[in-house]
Structure formats: C-alpha cells, structure tokens
Design a protein around this ligand. Structure first.
Ligand code: NDP
Length: 357
C-alpha cells in the first residue's frame, strides 16, 4: 500500500562557508522546512534512510572547490552526497514502491524526487543489503570500494611476498577496510595509525591489525614503526598526509608503494592537492623509487560492480568486519560531518534519517 507522505519535510542547507583555512562548524549548516517534492511522469519519490558524510565534502564548502571534477555546494541549498533510501511513490519505469535505491548525489532532505533516468540512481538487488541499507554507504559502498581498488590498483601486492603495510586514518571508513583487505590479499604485518587508544584496541583486538599506533600520544611514530617492523614498510595506504605520512615514508623500503588515498590533515588549508611534501621526503621517494601516484576511485567505475560483490561476500562471510558511528535524525547531518572531520567516528560515520519501514 502507498505510504502516507506528509506535505512538508525537513532539509539541511549550507548556511555559510567556513572559510578555506578554518575548521567547519555546525553553524555552517541550518535545518529548514520544505515541501515534499511533487513528482511528474518519469519521476519517483524516495524517502531518505541514511546519509553519508565524507572528508571530500570539506572542499565543497569552499566557494571554489579547488578540484576540477567537484562542484561546490550552493549557499542556502541542501548539500548532497552519498545517500540511500526507499521509493515511496513512483511514476517511472524501473522503480517501484519499496525499492531500496542509492545515489552519490543525494540531497540532505527527508524526501527527494529523482528522475527515473538519473544515471546516478541505482536500485539495490541484494536482499542482504536491502535489509542493511547503511552498508551501501560504507563497508560495501564508496569508502570500501576506495580501499579495495586503491589496494588492487596501486599497492602492487604479491600474494606470498609477506609485504608489510601501514594504514593511516586506520580506524575510519577507508582505513578499517584497507587494513583488512591488505590481509585478505596476503600481506604480512599490518600497522594502523589513528587518534585514540580505543580505536587502537579495536583495530588489533577485533579487525586483525598486528599493531596500532596512537599518533596523538606517540612520542616518535618513526621509531615505533621501526620497532614493530624492522624490515621496513612495503605499502603505505595514506589517508591523512602531513607529518604522520612524512614519518611513515621515512620507514619505507626501496621500490615500495604508496596508495595516495587522501590527505585529511590538510583539508582545512588553502593549498593545492596533493599538498607539497618536504624536500627530504621527496628525496626519499626519488632515491628509493617509491611510487606515489594520485588515486581517485571515480576513475575505476567500470570495476565497481565486481568489487562491490566481493566486498559483500567478505562481509557476509565475516571476513571483513566493520563498525558504524550513527547520528540519528536528518538535523544531525551537519554535526555528524563536523564530528567525523575531528575524529569523532569509529568506522564509518552514518546519519540515520529514517527506519526502513
Ligand atoms: P574517515 O572515516 O577516516 O574519517 C576521517 C578520519 O580522519 C577521522 O575519524 C580522524 O580519525 C582522521 N583525522 C582527522 N583529522 C586528522 C588529522 N589532522 N590527522 C590525522 N587524522 C585525522 O573518513 P573516510 O574513510 O571517508 O576518508 C578517509 C580518507 O580517504 C580521506 O582523506 C578522504 O579524502 C579519502 N578518500 C579518498 C577517495 C579517493 O578516491 N581517493 C575516496 C574516498 C575517501 P583519528 O581519530 O584517527 O584522527
């Protein structure tokens, strides 16, 4: 039966920009009321179930995103990003009431009208994921696709070679998956770097990382890595950049590889991407022939479907573990974003907007 849809609903808008050199705050966002969109022939109406907040959104808050393929968010309008929902009304072929759908262009609204031929809108067919829709934004979504494809495309892992791996931002969405996938693909020692002792314990006790380093309390990250892995580092999955990454690179072996995933420690700075690195580190890359190509998951879209299948299988087999940090209610979306940028999340930060039913 058609679900009763109210006339008005909530949305979150970008109220003001933080300024390129400042930390974003909750006051950059505001909650508004809007009319539930009416749909025309060829459209469908989705009720938002979950939203994703992600580090790349920081540059969308600036007037100029600084990134060619990303358009900044408009002031006074709902931002958009990854989202998943359920169809509540349909006037288009291909989508029916009750379908679970997701898009990487999901506005921060309780109800959203999509065009039936929107190339971004995908219908989920796995019963497991339909009953666990938030996984489509994390462990079986864009962040794990990033880890999986980053490793497969840029880490040069040889099964049996026992390569040693460091992951920074290790207790976040990409990081938790990267360390586990490195192990599943046959790496040796995996070390995670993250910002709290609780996160460190989770990595080693539950996710199978061999060691974890708290960068906020460590006296010397380089020495700690050398102590834990005297043979040097073969693969570095870099989520954070800055001084943490400089220290890791100084421990890397000749002919080793960096997966240049992200540089979150520098996102509140007005500098180009990828940010410049110190001369001595640049020299290490050159002398030791360490690869450090820019990696962008969106360049591998043709591999998403098979990668997603593998990720779902690993999750269902219990081989790929995860955690979600959940903020409840659409009005918490701005808070959830700001909190994630400051390390408030363990695993994937999700905003739960509504229940499935
Ligand atoms: P996370 O879930 O990892 O959340 C961000 C985490 O970053 C926080 O939890 C915090 O954890 C850490 N952090 C924040 N500030 C700093 C800092 N100054 N120094 C070190 N760590 C910090 O986010 P995602 O998994 O979504 O993203 C991780 C990275 O992957 C980002 O750099 C992002 O841009 C990148 N990315 C790249 C993609 C690509 O195609 N290349 C696609 C998707 C993501 P802690 O407590 O440890 O500080």
């Amino acid at each position: 039966a058609a679900e009763e849809v109210e006339n008005s609903c909530a949305c979150v808008i970008l109220q003001c920009r933080p300024g390129v050199e400042n930390e974003p705050t909750e006051t950059n966002f505001a909650v508004k009321t809007m009319e539930v969109p009416l749909i025309n022939e060829g459209q469908c109406l989705a009720k938002t179930l979950c939203l994703s907040v992600d580090p790349y959104m920081r540059c969308l808050m600036n007037e100029d995103s600084g990134v060619g393929y990303l358009t900044s968010w408009d002031l006074g309008k709902p931002p958009s990003g990854g989202g998943v929902g359920t169809i509540v009304k349909s006037r288009c072929e291909g989508f029916q009431e009750g379908d679970i759908v997701y898009s990487f262009q999901w506005p921060w609204q309780e109800f959203v009208a999509f065009s039936g031929d929107d190339a971004q809108l995908s219908k989920e067919r796995s019963a497991f994921l339909c009953s666990n829709p938030s996984l489509l934004l994390g462990i079986v979504g864009m962040t794990s696709l990033t880890s999986f494809l980053g490793i497969r495309e840029k880490a040069h892992i040889t099964p049996g070679a026992n390569q040693s791996v460091v992951v920074s931002g290790a207790a976040g969405a990409c990081g938790m998956a990267a360390g586990q996938i490195a192990k599943l693909d046959g790496c040796g020692i995996v070390i995670g770097i993250c910002g709290t002792d609780e996160k460190c314990c989770w990595l080693t006790d539950e996710l199978g990382f061999d060691y974890a380093i708290n960068y906020k309390t460590s006296k010397n990250i380089r020495e700690e890595i050398k102590l834990k892995c005297p043979a040097g580092i073969d693969v570095y999955f870099d989520n954070v950049g800055g001084e943490i990454s400089n220290e890791v690179i100084r421990c890397m072996n000749p002919n080793s590889h960096i997966v240049l995933c992200g540089q979150i420690s520098l996102y509140n700075k007005d500098i180009p991407y990828p940010p410049p690195i110190p001369d001595d580190v640049q020299e290490q890359l050159r002398v030791k022939k360490i690869s450090r190509d820019r990696f962008l998951v969106l360049n591998y879209m043709e591999k998403f479907a098979s990668a997603k299948e593998q990720l779902e299988a690993w999750v269902r087999e219990g081989k790929l573990k995860y955690r979600e940090t959940i903020a409840k209610g659409l009005e918490t979306t701005g808070y959830a974003f700001v909190s994630m940028m400051r390390g408030g999340n363990i695993g994937k930060q999700i905003v739960k907007v509504a229940q499935t039913m």
